[in-house]
Design a protein around this ligand. Structure first.
Ligand code: PAF
Length: 293
């Protein structure tokens, strides 16, 4: 351990800042990683923080942003009911040895006197989740770009749970030459297989039981792909699994790594989204066509 290496077995409280000006410049020689969140932190976020820590090492800086971005919500009701758990969120950040929590106000992020200039996600932002939630990815990419500029990280960690979001952020980073490395972290699941999401707390026990059809539909699809079925047939098998518990999905789609639909060969991703008990849930998994996962 170097002399400068901090002991992270007991972590100090992260420093909370509310503006880019309050966040110190990155220290020369120390890398900085950011995990962007909308709060209501759970084990999945904790995992993103530990991936961030691994990227920068014990002497690097981990910044967690907590900002419920109004620009990415289609409905006022969804925004109004988004869970807020500030004290618990800080405890999660402290337990993970986070250095800074950046929690700006809406007016800090979107000052009324500054013209509204937004990031256009292009065609990739119009399909799947983008079709169900028009304008969603414009809001996501705009806030992610702003937060990258404000935090100035070397790495930004995003979960594969929001797979289309991850692909779009990677695409924006390449298209706009952003000086940041995007790190992808695998989906974290609950003991019963449900992908962790801040929205899960809004599921009734019945809705939660039904929601388990989402991870099951992914597993069924993966088996169908291994058995040599086409993307179309794979989607049909996932749809059948959802229909068996009365879920009509918003979409069940397969994309290749460049996000072209219905690939015939090579690695791909099946994406599933559905409203279950009034809660919008997403799941996805790797599939491969033409043999193996
Ligand atoms: O994934 C999320 O929680 C949000 O979309 C993000 C990346 C924090 C932007 O608001």
């Amino acid at each position: 351990m170097s002399e400068t290496t901090r002991d992270r077995s007991t972590h100090p409280t992260p420093r909370v800042v509310h503006s880019a000006a309050q966040l110190p410049d990155p220290t020369p020689g120390r890398e900085r990683a950011v995990v962007m969140t909308m709060g209501a932190l759970h084990r999945g976020h904790a995992e993103l923080m530990s991936v961030a820590r691994a990227a920068v090492g014990p002497d690097g800086e981990v910044v967690v942003t907590i900002f419920v971005n109004p620009l990415q919500f289609g409905s006022v009701a969804d925004l109004a009911t988004y869970p807020e758990t500030w004290e618990a969120d800080l405890a999660v950040c402290q337990a993970q040895g986070v250095d800074y929590v950046f929690a700006p106000a809406v007016t800090t992020m979107y000052p009324p006197e500054v013209p509204e200039i937004l990031v256009d996600p292009g065609p990739l932002g119009q399909v799947a989740e983008g079709e169900v939630r028009p304008g969603h990815f414009r809001g996501v990419l705009t806030v992610v770009l702003k937060l990258i500029n404000m935090v100035r990280p070397d790495y930004a960690v995003f979960g594969e749970k929001d797979y289309q979001q991850l692909v779009l952020i990677q695409a924006m980073t390449a298209a706009l030459n952003l000086p940041v490395v995007i790190v992808a972290a695998p989906i974290v699941r609950d003991h019963d297989g449900l992908a962790l999401s801040s929205r899960n707390v809004r599921l009734s026990p019945e809705a939660r039981a039904a929601a388990l059809a989402l991870p099951r539909s992914i597993a069924v699809a993966q088996r169908a792909a291994v058995a040599g079925q086409t993307a179309d047939a794979v989607c049909r098998s996932a749809n059948a699994e959802l229909a068996a518990v009365g879920i009509t999905p918003d979409y069940v789609s397969v994309y290749d790594p460049q996000f072209n639909p219905n690939p015939v060969a090579g690695p791909a991703r099946i994406l599933v989204a559905a409203y279950v008990g009034g809660v919008h849930l997403l799941d996805n998994g790797a599939v491969s066509f033409g043999g193996g996962l």
